[in-house]
Design a protein. Sequence first.
Length: 694
Amino acid sequence: MADTKIALTASIDIGAGSGPESMAFSADGRLAYVLGQGDGTFNIVDLDTDSLTKKIHLGWEFAGQMVVNAAGTTAYIAVGTGYFESTMLVFDIASETVVEVRPGDYGGVGTIVLSPDESSYYVASLNGLFKVNAATGAVEASKVIADNTMTATVSKDGTRVYTHTLVQNETLRTLDASDLSELGAIATPDLNLEELTFGNDPNVLYAVGENSVYTYDLSAGTETSRQAVGMFMLDAALSADESRLFTVSNDWGYVMAANFDTGVRSESVRVIPKGSNKVKINPVTGDLYSSHRGWIDEYGSTLTRIYAPTATDPVDQTATKFGDIVTFTSDVLGVRPGHGGGTIWQYSDNGTDWTDIPGSAGKTLDVKVDTSALGMQYRLRYADDLFGVRGRTSPARILVDAPIITTPSLPNGEVGTPYSATIAATSADSPRLSVSNGALPAGVELNATTGKLSGKPTKAGAFKFEITASDGSGSTAREYVVTIVPAFVTNPPKQCAKPRKSPVFADVALTQKFYTEIDWMHCMKLSTGTRQPPAKPLYKPMDKLSREAMAAFMFRLEAPKNYTAPKVSPFADVKPGDAFYTQIAWMWEAKLSTGTAQASGKPLFKPKESLSREAMAAFIYRLESPKKYTAPKVSPMADMKPGMKFYKEISWMYSEKLTTGNKVGNTKEFWPKNKLSREAMAAFIYRLVTDYRK
């Protein structure tokens, strides 16, 4: 059974009441540094194992915001008593120690951001915006804009600082990074921007506030887009390709995304604990992490890892025989079904054109080994709407550790008629074929290299034999049975004039309705029946007659003894070497069958389909080709009317007493669409030869 469960998230315990808040990542992406706002700790998380490895108490009741330098060596951490942090710590990550305490007058910190050259950091706080020398801790500039200046970011070149106040100040301000003097402003009516961030374009600023994500053109000083995403949106994490901006719905408990490709939010979300307020992207792995701070009176305790969509490549699977079930597996993470997302397996016979396999969603695919499966490649296609990721794995194949004979059966033959068939085997090497048990029909030989069986059978009977395919890796055997029927005798023997008093078929008694006709068919060697040694053969009179069996009857009745079938088949579904290929090809060349036309290409003969009564009438009419016959204007059959398909042929059959029809009340019906039974076919051919042709 397919494994359809795909992990979307993992929960990492930071400690009861810790209130995880700010976070950052090591340069190699293998560690996360998480502040515990509720317990005043610096926490180190191993992202390879998703486990907390170290909890370091900073010596303060409260640790709110943090920024870490690019090298991952130093953290600047805002701490204090209660919610209002006024002190900055310089923390050495390698030694896990506080190396400097820097008192301040921040009154509560909302954001700490480093300048691009890391010489300064900017603190956005309840008491205003501060520029601090990173090396000395000296405040180099400050500006009180309004209460709750809680968010800020620095331009790519380090010359500008952008800030917005928490309480609907209605202005996004541009400040000179050196002295925090005001350079300009963009009106933001009724907005409460929580987070500001840049992508690659220094003139495009992204912002998150309340229920929407915004973009601003800084060169023009205008808002350029506004996308409703969720409720009480906090924080912002921009994807590497800038097609998505991830944010947190604190109240709903979702990580959501603005979709800049469509201009409409991604409908796929990830469920996280309510009260989470931070989301960051691990720049190495692409995974998202959200910290569950909780509420001031009820701190949370976890960090949620949100897996970026990935799928490992399936590996080749080895089969030993037909019928084996092999399982392809792709370890899939972070792919959520729905809204255009999910997984589905595909197959291809050329590595270029791929087809989805219905019902194959999930991480595994079970394939039953047969001829078709051995020629295919398999891969997993996946997509996720939250991340905007679409991908596919590399393909895998089914391999064999020994040759597998792929030919399921062989056609029967006739004494004196050229026999041709090929036994195919799949192998990493070129296998050799041999008869390992039993014997081929007399007169038929096997080519060990090509697997071709050819020759003229010289003896009738059922021949049971085993073919073994061998190469350097091993061998595999398969059993076959080929029946060779006696050659048809064109001149009817005299003893066929009267039915024999002892039945030749086990299932046709002397009292059978069509006993005479069926006995005559056997006597004329038009039918040998189905052998069941040591008992008498079966005729199966009530079975429906297949189109290929009809071709065999007609061929034995009428085809020239020296007839040779063409090397190229006239039909799309019958090829040289198939059972009854010679007889069916003769039907085409004798203009007895035209097949079923297709929109393009060769017609179909449909050899295994049951023959209809109207098709039988058409075959016999074409065989006899009556001259100057005109169908009556009034039909002799209640279910046939002038103008109907095969009306002329069926009317001729009735007029020549080849069919008597079926009595229904006071009328007769032909039942043209009904399938023809083998006993009815015997009656038609018997009447044709013994009555009509005389």
